[in-house]
Design a protein around this ligand. Sequence first.
Ligand code: SF4
Length: 62
Amino acid sequence: MDRQPFVDQEACISCQLCVDTVPEVFRMNENNSAEVYNAFGASKIKIMEAIEGCPVSCIHWN
Ligand code: SF4
């Protein structure tokens, strides 16, 4: 199985940058934290862009 991204929701500050960058993979949940809803919705390169853009570095690969 390929590696999948996930959001550390305790650390997420709800800036929505990842959702704006890769809406095919990330969305805001009912707690106003980002979550991964479709891990394979975009290329790894695109997901890396979101990971690198996250201001608190709370998106990781499992
Ligand atoms: S970019 Fe990081 S801090 Fe911002 S919403 Fe996404 S996971 Fe949360």
